[in-house]
Design a protein around this ligand. Structure first.
Ligand SMILES: Cc1ncc(COP(=O)(O)O)c(C=O)c1O
Length: 382
């Protein structure tokens, strides 16, 4: 029986229902498991290969995304690295230029030097993506909504381009989570998540996930996970599963508060531009309304005073915390140029609209009025 997404989330990490078994699964810490005889493996054998706590979380993620199976990793970057290892020397990767700084670094510093050709493309223009594609293009890397400009790319249209050419279409859905966007249903082959963000939701686990649509791709990712070994620990798997139980409620509240703050920020004279897909003025608002089930808790806005102006505003917040990361219950605020995107060359990021005065906000679950008053106070003196 297939259940609705809220039900899948509420039962996250749970094993089969059977009398006498715990409703909340125990954390399975053993690294090794009894074998019937040498070389004969039934069920679990060794913790890098499989583990009951990790497998419970993986089953939940596969169900949430509608994939054949999921593999969870020790960070979002480890999950993305596993997917990028599907590429071989001579292959070509087309990736979106407005992207998390760490993904840019991973591709430029680890993937390109391994002999993979890379093109960074503005994926809002489908014809530009098509022009960039070559017979050797084996992967399209799509992050949507993007970090930090909240651009939205048309997953279905991009996947249509990839289909039939032997090109794997990968979507980083970290900002949306499967509650707001299900890329596999739109034709993507693989979804990746930094679960350090919304999926865990409490800023106390670093974790990543890969969910593949086909069992063939799932098997290849599983091999990379087991051989490469960047697996998620049983305790962290338990914590992420626990976080997922409230994910639908959290995403609804994050989205509601972010929408209200974005609408308020638009009215502030110090703010030059607000990037939030829920605003009718957002260039891809119509696409986001079609592709997503809500607009999420992330927004960014531009201030006029460059790096210093933005740093001064951040210095005055009291309810928001100036900190890396996003997607937790508490509101965070940051300056991409100095933080999440510091590893991206200034010319590269500025050419894509990530300017020094940009401020990125992860809207948490605090009272909206407290958040609004905090931002109002911080902006006042600027
Ligand atoms: C969109 C996106 N993808 C991937 C990552 C990497 O995840 P992690 O920090 O868990 O390695 C991040 C981290 O901020 C991110 O924002």
């Amino acid at each position: 029986m297939t259940h609705r997404i809220e039900t899948i989330a509420a039962h996250a990490g749970r094993a089969e229902k059977s009398p006498g078994q715990p409703v909340t699964p125990s954390i399975s810490l053993s690294t090794t498991f009894f074998l019937a005889e040498p070389g004969q493996q039934e069920g679990h054998a060794y913790g890098r290969l499989s583990n009951p706590s990790r497998n419970g979380l993986e089953r939940t993620l596969a169900a949430l995304e509608g994939g054949a199976s999921a593999a969870v990793f020790s960070s979002g970057c480890a999950a993305m690295h596993a997917v990028l290892q599907l590429l071989e020397p001579g292959h070509h990767l087309v990736a979106c230029g407005d992207i998390y700084g760490g993904t840019y670094r991973l591709i430029e510093r680890l993937v390109r030097p391994s002999g993979v050709d890379v093109d960074w493309v503005d994926m809002r223009a489908i014809d530009e993506v098509e022009q960039a594609m070559r017979p050797t293009t084996k992967m399209l890397w799509v992050e949507t909504p993007t970090n930090p400009l909240l651009r939205i790319f048309d997953i279905a249209a991009l996947c249509e381009l990839a289909e039939g050419r032997g090109t794997t279409c990968v979507v980083d859905g970290t900002f949306a989570t499967p509650i707001l966007q299900r890329p596999l249903e739109l034709g993507a082959d693989i979804v990746v998540h930094s679960m350090s963000k919304y999926l865990n939701g409490h800023s106390d686990v670093v974790a990543g996930a890969v969910v593949a649509r086909s069992s063939e791709l799932s098997d290849r990712i599983r091999f990379i996970q087991q051989a490469g070994g960047a697996v998620l620990s049983p305790f962290d798997s338990y914590l992420v599963a626990r976080g997922i139980k409230t994910l639908p409620l959290r995403m609804a509240r994050h989205s509601e508060s972010a929408q209200a703050l974005a609408e308020w920020l638009v009215e502030q004279p110090q703010v030059l531009e607000v990037h939030y897909p829920g605003l009718p003025s957002h260039p891809e608002h119509a696409l986001a309304s079609k592709q997503m089930h809500g607009f999420g808790g992330m927004l960014s806005f531009e201030l006029g005073g460059g790096l210093r102006g933005a740093t001064e505003v951040l210095g005055r917040v009291r309810v928001f915390s100036v900190a890396e990361s996003l997607g937790g219950v508490e509101s965070l605020i940051g300056q991409p140029a100095l933080m999440s995107h510091a590893s991206m060359p200034k010319e590269f990021r500025e050419a894509r609209g990530v300017r020094d005065g940009l401020v990125r906000v992860s809207v948490g679950l605090e009272a909206l009025e407290d958040l609004r008053e905090d931002l109002a106070r911080a902006l006042q003196a600027s």
